[in-house]
Design a protein around this ligand. Structure first.
Ligand SMILES: Nc1ncnc2c1ncn2[C@@H]1O[C@H](COP(=O)(O)OP(=O)(O)O)[C@@H](O)[C@H]1O
Ligand SMILES: CC(=O)N[C@@H](CCC(=O)OP(=O)(O)O)C(=O)O
Length: 259
């Protein structure tokens, strides 16, 4: 029987809130079993772009990244956000190791081809090195991934953190029974975005289509849901979306997705 592995993705609004981040990292550290953390930081990057007076464009929940933008992104995601989270996990007794896709060649990707839109230095994932990650996990380390990959030719690529989480979960599902958790600032996928009590507890492809038709799902939730179903179709055992408190396994409702 395969052992269990939790892949947990933490959203940008949690990273940007010191007390929420502390609460999440404490829950994450206490979680039993093998685990990998993936963090975004899109909001933090947007704030820093603004402070620097540099424009930054999002299309369909994905960032258009030019050369100057990639430099900022690298400093914010692989530097500031990643090292801060790793240091805080160490303080919680969790032996975390900060990773990008380039480190250990853990995630191979290619620059997204230009079709209707040129996303610039945005990466599409080709594969993950499950053996490397298994060795790290086996030696008691907890990998913490930022939203960056590389193309193997020296080019770093900005890669949606939700995509990194789902590709890691898929890549490791041959070796482990993988559960993918998307933790963000809301209680789950909401029927009414202004009402935290309106959590949709179960979504399958049919309900998903209805929600899309009704316009209930928008912005960053669009790529998140695409990633969820992509993961389920490719060997991931379970996918959940909810608040950080979801990890405490209490009575609070959250969203579970199924095929
Ligand atoms: N139906 C919905 N339920 C919950 N959030 C939604 C919904 N539709 C759109 N959203 C938006 O999607 C955002 C989450 O996407 P994103 O910001 O990319 O996630 P993350 O915080 O994980 O980085 C929420 O902050 C919310 O504004
Ligand atoms: C290509 C692309 O869209 N990259 C994302 C990576 C960060 C991210 O996904 O952060 P959140 O999870 O906090 O949204 C971006 O730069 O915003």
């Amino acid at each position: 029987m395969k052992s269990s592995l939790s892949i947990i993705k933490i959203g940008g609004n949690v990273i940007g809130n010191e007390s929420e981040l502390a609460k999440f990292l404490s829950l994450f550290s206490e979680l039993d079993g093998l685990k990998i953390l993936v963090h975004g930081g899109g909001n933090l990057a947007t704030q820093i772009f603004k402070r620097m007076g540099v424009a930054s464009q999002m299309i369909g929940g994905r960032r258009v990244t030019d050369k100057a933008g990639l430099e900022v992104i690298t400093m914010v995601y692989a530097g500031l956000a990643n090292k801060n989270i790793v240091a805080k996990l160490q303080a919680n007794g969790c032996n975390a190791i900060g990773m990008s896709g380039a480190d250990g060649n853990a995630i191979q990707a290619h620059k997204r081809p230009v079709k209707d839109i040129d996303y610039g230095f945005a990466g599409d994932v080709d594969g993950v090195d499950a053996n490397l990650l298994s060795r790290l996990l086996g030696s008691g380390l907890t990998p913490v991934f930022c939203a960056m990959t590389h193309d193997g030719k020296g080019q770093l690529l900005n890669t949606n953190a939700d995509t990194i989480a789902s590709e890691l979960a898929i890549g490791l599902s041959g070796m482990y029974e993988t559960t993918l958790y998307y933790c963000f600032e809301k209680n789950g996928v909401l029927r009414n975005i202004w009402d935290e009590r309106s959590v949709i507890e179960h979504i399958d492809p049919e309900i998903y289509q209805e929600l899309l038709n009704q316009g209930t799902i928008a912005d960053g939730m669009l790529p998140k849901m695409t990633n969820c179903f992509h993961a389920l179709k490719n060997g991931v055992a379970k996918v959940c979306i909810g608040n950080t408190i979801m990890l405490a396994q209490n009575e609070n409702p959250y969203t579970t997705l199924t095929l």
